[in-house]
Every structure is written in structure tokens, then in C-alpha cells.
Design a protein around this ligand. Structure first.
Ligand code: GAR
Length: 215
């Protein structure tokens, strides 16, 4: 991640593009950490594939640029034109790091080639356990005693990229899926800003599957 370091040391603000499809609690945690100076970066744009998603409302309340983009005809991925338009928007905005915050579509091909090692995601389990949808429910159904959340680089697979950080969360007797997800989300709001801050400072190096925190 030497490129990130360069941006900061040259005095240019490190620019985040945040993508989400849901209520936006991770975006809020990251935007507020930027505003408070805990992340040396600015949220340049917030984008959603869901027109009425909470994430767009929370972004606008904070005076951030927030836009809906039509995802196209598929349910779980973007169609070619949508992906091309999204790429163009993020390049126009001079984005240094794309932060997926509850973005529920798979990004692929050209998009990930252009932004290699510059797209990160948060997943609500301790990967590689429970990739995919509703990971907290998968963990509960499996009967694990400990789960958590993972921040990772996005590669061509589903939740398979190099791991940047993880935080554990206990599973308690009597937890419902909703209660467990809420507990995991508390951990997400700590872990994600911490990882994004390290990335903005250029403190994360990637060596094959390993990431190294240099601080
Ligand atoms: C978060 O819990 C995040 O881990 C999960 O969606 C939620 C979004 O919440 N992401 C995934 O499941 C990705 N596979 P938010 O909109 O409040 O940030």
C-alpha cells in the first residue's frame, strides 16, 4: 500500500469512496472518525445501489456527497454498464480507497483490476468461517461460541481477500440472530475505522495472503 502513503505525505487528503446498500452504521462510524480526526482521510462520496437506503440519508445529514446509482438488471452483481459508470464516478472523484460498508453486490473484473488492493470490505464473521449472506445467522445455526467481524481486501472471490483485521465477539446462550448481529455491529464500528485509519496512513503492506501492520 505504498501508494496510500505517498498521498498523505504529499499533503493531499486521502479520499474515501464508501459503497453501501443498507442502513449505514459502518459508514457513520467511518465518516465520524474522519470528522473527528481519528482517520486521516475525507469521505469524498457515498454511493448506494438502493435508492432509499439509510446510508444515503446519514451521508446527506453529514453534508457528504451521496448518490444513488442504478445497479442494472442483476440481483447480486452490477451489470457491465453499471460497473463501468461506477468506475468512472470513482475515478472522477480521485478515490484512494473504496470502502464497502454493507454493499450487497459482488464487484468483479475490470473494477477490481483498476482498484487492486484499494477495495476493502467488512464481513460479519471471522473469515474464512461463514462467508456469504447473513453470516451472523450462519454462526448461530452452526452453534459456535465465538464469532466476530473481519476487514479484508476484496479480490475476485466472495469474502476471500487478504485479511487486514479481525475482532472476536462472544455468542451468548439465548442470542437471537438480531441480538447477535447487533453485538457484531458494535465490534464493526470499532474495527473498521481502525483499519481504514491504518490504510490511510499507509501502514498496511500486502504480501500475498498476509497483510503486515507496519506501525
Ligand atoms: C454489516 O453488518 C456488514 O458486516 C454486513 O452488512 C451490514 C451492514 O450494516 N455486510 C455483509 O454481510 C457483507 N457480506 P450497515 O449498513 O449498518 O453498515
Amino acid at each position: 500500500m505504498g501508494g496510500n502513503n505517498k498521498q498523505v505525505t504529499q499533503g493531499k487528503t486521502f479520499r474515501l469512496g464508501i459503497l453501501g446498500s443498507g442502513k449505514g452504521s459502518n459508514m457513520v462510524a467511518i465518516a465520524d472518525a474522519c470528522a473527528a480526526g481519528r482517520i486521516p482521510a475525507e469521505v469524498a462520496i457515498v454511493l448506494s445501489d438502493v435508492e432509499n437506503a439509510g446510508i444515503l440519508g446519514h451521508a446527506r445529514e453529514r453534508g457528504l456527497k451521496a448518490q444513488f446509482f442504478p445497479p442494472g438488471k442483476f440481483r447480486t452483481k452490477l451489470d457491465e454498464e453499471a460497473e463501468k459508470n461506477l468506475l468512472a464516478t470513482l475515478e472522477r472523484e480521485n478515490i484512494d480507497l473504496i470502502v464497502l460498508a454493507g454493499f450487497m453486490r459482488i464487484l468483479k473484473g475490470e473494477f477490481l483490476r483498476v482498484f487492486e488492493h484499494r477495495v476493502v470490505n467488512i464481513h460479519p464473521s471471522l473469515l474464512p468461517a461463514f462467508p456469504g449472506l447473513e453470516a451472523w445467522k450462519q454462526a448461530l445455526d452452526y452453534g459456535v461460541k465465538v464469532t466476530g467481524c473481519t476487514v479484508h481486501f476484496v479480490d475476485q472471490g466472495v469474502d476471500t481477500g487478504p485479511i487486514i483485521g479481525q475482532q472476536t465477539v462472544p455468542v451468548a446462550v439465548g442470542d437471537t440472530a438480531q441480538i447477535l448481529h447487533a453485538r457484531i455491529q458494535e465490534a464493526e464500528r470499532e474495527l473498521y475505522p481502525e483499519c481504514v485509519a491504518a490504510l490511510a496512513r499507509g501502514e498496511i503492506k500486502v504480501q500475498a495472503r498476509q497483510t503486515i501492520w507496519t506501525r
